[in-house]
Design a protein around this ligand. Structure first.
Ligand code: PLP
Length: 478
C-alpha cells in the first residue's frame, strides 16, 4: 500500500507536528495503531490510499477559491482550477455523468446543494421569469416574500429512516425535514424490500417536487429505472443519494436499472465510503441542472477545500483503474459470504441477505438490543454500528440491528474465507451476550453481560485474521 519514500514522509510529518502539539501527533499515531488492530466492519468506512491521503495534506489547503473553475472570486486560483477540473473530469468519465460538482465538503452538504439546485431550477427560476427579474435582488418585496414562501413549502418523498434512509432524506431533526413537507416510503413488512407499487401510489397521491432514492442501511439493490418512471408520471425530479454504494457503481457492478446516474436527474454521494476517497461529497447531474448546482458555494457551502478536491481527483483516478472494478467485485463477494456465513449459523438478516456491501443483522433473534450487541462486539475487537431495522421495537437509540459492511476489510485484503470466520466470531459473541439489568434491577437495553475471557479469545482470533494483511505497511511509527 505504500513505498519507502512514503515512510519517510509520514515519519517526518509526525515529527514536525510533534514539535508544535505533541498531543495531536500522538492522536494521529494512535489512530493508526487502533485502525491496524480493529476488525473494521463499519459499512460507511474505508482506508484511503497513501496517494489520496498525501494529496489532502498540503498547502493547497491555504488557498481561497470561492466560485467555479475559471470564475473565481479570488485571484491566483490557477492550481485550484487544475485540481477541481481534473476531479470533475474523472467523475464525469467514471460515472458517465453530464456534469460533476466536486466542492461539497460532505454527503450532507452534497444533499443540501442538490436540494437547493432543484428548488432554484423548479421554483425560483420560473418565479424570476414571471416577474421579469434577472435575479432575486430584482424582485419586489411582495414577490420576494411569495418566493420565499414557495421555496419553503415544497414536497419531498424520501425513504424512511427505519427502512434504511438517511437523516438528510427528510428527518425532522435534519434541515431537510424542516425545509420540505415530507412523505416517506418504506419497505414491505414481509420481505423487507422496497415496495415500488406502494411508492408509486404515494407519489401519485402526494405529488412531490423531489423523489429521493438511496439509503444508508438497506442491504439490497434499488431499481432506479422504476423510480424514474414514477418520477416522470408525477412530474417529480428524481434525486439519488448513492453515498453508500458509489464504489459499486464506479466499479461497474450496479449497472442498467441499478445505475442511479443513468436514470436520475441529480445524484449525490460521499467520496469516502465504498468509493475509497477522502472525506467529502460530490454532486453529479444532467446539464440542465448544472448552472444551479454550481452555485452551491456560497449558497450553502463554505469555501472550497482545494486539498480535498485534489484528493478526490486522485481517488477518482484510482477508481477508473481496472483494479478498482476488481475491488468492488470483491466487496460484493465478501458481503455475500458474510451474509451466508451468518445465516448458516442462525442469524436473522433484514431482507434475508444482501446484494450490496452491507448486511443488517436483526439482533432481536439473539435476545439483545443493537446497543448491547454493538458494545459486546467491540469488547471482542469487532467494530460495527447499531442501526434501526424496519418497525424497530427498540427505537432509533437502542435499536434492534447491527449493520456490518465489507468495503474496509476488502481494501485490507480479506477474502470470502475470512468472512466466514468473521461470521463465526460475530455469532459466537452475540450468542454469548446476555441482556443486563439496570440500577433498579429491571431489564436494561444498554447493559449486557459477556464473559471477558470469551471476548479476549475472539479478539485474539480477530487479530489472527488481520495479521496477514498489514495496514499501511510501510508506515513505521516512531
Ligand atoms: N447520505 C447517506 C446515504 C449517508 O449514509 C451519509 C452518511 O452516513 C450521508 C449522506 C452523510 O455523509 P457525511 O457524513 O459525509 O455528511
Amino acid at each position: 500500500m505504500s513505498s519507502p519514500s512514503e515512510t519517510v514522509a509520514v515519519r517526518s510529518a509526525l515529527e514536525i507536528i510533534r514539535d508544535v502539539e505533541p498531543r495531536v501527533a500522538d492522536a494521529i499515531a494512535s489512530e493508526l495503531v487502533d485502525q491496524r488492530a480493529s476488525l473494521k466492519l463499519i459499512a460507511s468506512e474505508n482506508y484511503a490510499s497513501p496517494a489520496v491521503l498525501l494529496a489532502m495534506g498540503n498547502w493547497l489547503s491555504d488557498k481561497y477559491a470561492e466560485g467555479t473553475v475559471g470564475h473565481r472570486f479570488y485571484a491566483g486560483c490557477q492550481n485550484v482550477d487544475t485540481v477541481e477540473s481534473v476531479a470533475a473530469e474523472h467523475a464525469r468519465a467514471l460515472f458517465g455523468a453530464e456534469h460533476a460538482y466536486v466542492q461539497p465538503h460532505s454527503g450532507i452538504d452534497a444533499n443540501l446543494v442538490a436540494f437547493w439546485a432543484v428548488l432554484a431550477q423548479r421554483v425560483e427560476a420560473p418565479a424570476l421569469a414571471e416577474a421579469g427579474a434577472r435575479n432575486v435582488d430584482g424582485l419586489s418585496d411582495e414577490d420576494w416574500s411569495e418566493l420565499r414562501h414557495a421555496l419553503g413549502n415544497q414536497r419531498l418523498l424520501g425513504m424512511s429512516l427505519d427502512a434504511g434512509g438517511h437523516l438528510t432524506h427528510g428527518a425532522r431533526s435534519n434541515v431537510s425535514g424542516k425545509l420540505f413537507d415530507l412523505r416517506s416510503y418504506g419497505t414491505d413488512p414481509e420481505t423487507g424490500l422496497v415496495d415500488y407499487d406502494a411508492l408509486r401510489r404515494t407519489a401519485h397521491e402526494f405529488r412531490p417536487l423531489i423523489i429521493l432514492g438511496g439509503y444508508s442501511a438497506y442491504p439490497r439493490k434499488v431499481n432506479f429505472r422504476i423510480m424514474r418512471e414514477i418520477a416522470d408520471e408525477v412530474g417529480a425530479t428524481l434525486m439519488v443519494d448513492m453515498a453508500h454504494f458509489a464504489g459499486l457503481v464506479a466499479g461497474g457492478h450496479f449497472s442498467g436499472d441499478f445505475d442511479p446516474v443513468a436514470h436520475a436527474d441529480i445524484v449525490t454521494t460521499t467520496t469516502h465510503k465504498s468509493l475509497r476517497g477522502p472525506r467529502g461529497g460530490m454532486v453529479l447531474c444532467r446539464s440542465e441542472l448544472a448552472p444551479y448546482v454550481d452555485r452551491g458555494c456560497p449558497l450553502v457551502l463554505g469555501g472550497p477545500m482545494p486539498h480535498v478536491m485534489a484528493a478526490k481527483a486522485v481517488a477518482l483516478a484510482e477508481a477508473r483503474r481496472p483494479e478498482f472494478r476488481d475491488y468492488a467485485r470483491r466487496v460484493l463477494e465478501n458481503a455475500e459470504a458474510l451474509a451466508s456465513g451468518l445465516q448458516r449459523r442462525g442469524a436473522r438478516l433484514v431482507t434475508g441477505g444482501t446484494e450490496n456491501h452491507l448486511v443488517l443483522i436483526d439482533v432481536g433473534g439473539y435476545g439483545i438490543t443493537g446497543r448491547q450487541a454493538e458494545k459486546a462486539l467491540l469488547d471482542a475487537g469487532i467494530v460495527t454500528n447499531r442501526n434501526s431495522i424496519p418497525q424497530d421495537p427498540n427505537g432509533p437509540w437502542y435499536t434492534s440491528g447491527i449493520r456490518v459492511g465489507t468495503p474496509a476489510l476488502t481494501t485490507r485484503g480479506l477474502t470470502t474465507a475470512d468472512m466466514d470466520r468473521i461470521a463465526e466470531l460475530i455469532d459466537t459473541v452475540l450468542t454469548a451476550t446476555e441482556p443486563g439489568t439496570d440500577s433498579r434491577g429491571g431489564a436494561s437495553r444498554a447493559r449486557y453481560q459477556l464473559d471477558p475471557a470469551l471476548a479476549t479469545k475472539v479478539a485474539e482470533q480477530a487479530d489472527e485474521l488481520l495479521a496477514p494483511h498489514p495496514l499501511y505497511p510501510a508506515v513505521f511509527l516512531p
